[in-house]
Design a protein around this ligand. Structure first.
Ligand code: PLP
Length: 403
């Protein structure tokens, strides 16, 4: 077999379909978010970033930068081992304490990423709880799907946010069997939010655990940023909360929170935790600085919601096909992979506006979109520039207007 030809052919398939991914080569600039620089055709240009998951601009928070620099200077740059073998520094201990406090849980356990946190927690619990059935929302993130698959537990998929379908599955499972409902709070591509109270009610009724991915909600919802569960007063009803420090908290790393025994169980049995080097202590310190900061600054959350509402309204007023969203995520429908990528390219090359095209398999075919994530720092002037650029691109490419 010509191995390299195989690789090249597979890449060409993606190119033909118009969903080959090209990275934007950017330089973030502390203090100037959402402005950045981008290397475009050999030039270094000033751009505005409209698609960052650093939802609050916390990647440039001076408290976190100082924490990272101080701890790197004091401890050096790496952790030096897995958590078991010399890689548990005091910064990790403090971070996990902070996370448990945030979620009002007995304990928390941190990981190198949110992806690994989901994979490890779900695969460990799913493979070791005897006879467990996992009932999973159809739009759950890849990391949850992989964790469930890896666990080899029996799995049922319920229609996205559909309580009737969820209940009919729960009803069909033998009552004595252990069960877990796995879902997210804010779904990151459509921006809709799970009916969390009703899901918790069903979990109680059928004696199921709840596994909740709050990756796109921590730092952003609730009086202290503990997520939609905090906003809706449901924190004590979630068995396992999973989150990340890579999105609203602006750094990197994932975690789970829950009872001390549950966290200790995953700590003691989860390969993805045991066999991987812990994050640098400076990273743990920066995460903690931002968690603390956002806990105490609810005004940023209020502003964040105001900016998202303003952008949705402006899209509507401009006749642009903004998709329904109940959250801070603002998707604009294109509905074609080639045009979606072309729109994104034109925004960047002609207007210095960066928004990544979102194509299959991240979203279903025919729902290709541009996904905007306005932060508290995207002011009216930046929105004016964006709307003007979008109007031009929409008319130049003949894209569909709002229905
Ligand atoms: C991004 C994401 C993750 C993974 O988190 P990382 O910290 O980026 O690895 C998990 N769940 C959802 C829903 C996500 O969007």
């Amino acid at each position: 077999m010509d191995y390299n030809k195989f690789f090249a052919d597979k890449i060409n398939e993606l190119k033909t379909e118009g969903r080959y991914r090209v990275f934007a080569d950017i330089e973030r600039q502390a203090g100037k978010f959402p402005r950045a620089k981008a290397h475009i055709n050999g030039e270094l240009r000033d751009i505005t970033v409209w698609c960052s998951n650093d939802y609050m601009g916390m990647g440039q928070n001076p408290d976190a930068i100082k924490a990272m620099v101080d701890i790197a200077t004091g401890y050096g740059v790496g952790a030096g081992g897995t958590r078991n073998i010399s890689g548990t520094t005091h910064q990790h201990v403090l971070l996990e304490r902070e996370l448990a406090e945030l979620h009002h849980t007995e304990a928390a356990l941190s990981f190198g990423s949110g992806w690994i946190a989901n994979l490890t927690a779900l695969s460990t619990i799913g493979s070791l709880v005897p006879n467990l059935v996992i009932i999973s929302d159809s739009k759950n993130h890849n990391s949850m799907i992989e964790g469930i698959r890896h666990s080899r537990a029996e799995k049922h998929i319920f229609k996205h946010n559909d309580l009737e379908d969820l209940e009919s599955i729960l009803k069909s499972i033998e009552p004595a069997r252990p069960k877990m409902i796995a879902f997210e709070s804010v779904y990151s591509m459509d921006g809709d939010i799970a009916p969390m109270k009703e899901i918790c009610d069903l979990a109680d009724k059928y004696n199921a655990m709840t596994f909740l991915d709050e990756v796109h909600a921590v730092g952003l919802y609730g009086e202290h940023g503990a997520g939609v569960a905090e906003r809706d007063g449901l924190m004590d009803r979630i068995t396992i909360i999973q989150g990340t420090m890579a999105k609203a908290y602006g750094v990197v790393g994932g975690y789970i929170a829950g009872t001390a025994d549950m966290c200790d169980f995953v700590r003691s049995y989860g390969s993805g935790f045991i066999f991987s080097t812990s994050t640098p202590p400076a990273v743990a310190a920066a995460c903690r600085a931002n968690i603390k900061y956002l806990k105490e600054h609810n005004e940023h959350r209020i502003k964040h919601q105001e900016r998202a509402a303003a952008l949705k309204q402006r899209f509507k007023d401009a006749g642009l096909p903004v998709m329904d969203s109940q959250s801070h995520i603002v998707p604009l429908l294109v509905g074609d992979p080639v045009l979606c990528k072309q729109a994104s390219d034109e925004l960047m090359t002609r207007h210095n506006i960066y928004v990544q095209p979102i194509n299959y398999p991240t979203v279903e075919r025919g729902t290709e979109r541009l996904r905007f994530t306005p932060s508290p720092l995207h002011d009216d002037k930046l929105m004016d520039e964006l709307i003007a650029a979008l109007k031009e691109v929409w008319s130049r490419l003949g894209l569909k207007a709002a229905a």
